[in-house]
Ligand binder design. Sequence first.
Ligand SMILES: [Zn+2]
Length: 57
Amino acid sequence: MDTVSVTCPYCFERTDLVVDPDTEGSYVEDCEVCCRPWQITVVRAGGELEVVVDRAQ
Ligand SMILES: [Zn+2]
């Protein structure tokens, strides 16, 4: 499991997001703090993990 530190785009709380090793692409998950939906985008390039958190539409 990879753990990435992310900042909620709504409440700006910093939390650790656990990313499954098989996960790639976009999915929606609720913020643990304010329960509003995150649009999470996971990109894996050359062994590097990049996670972008946006407000879900
Ligand atoms: Zn939040």
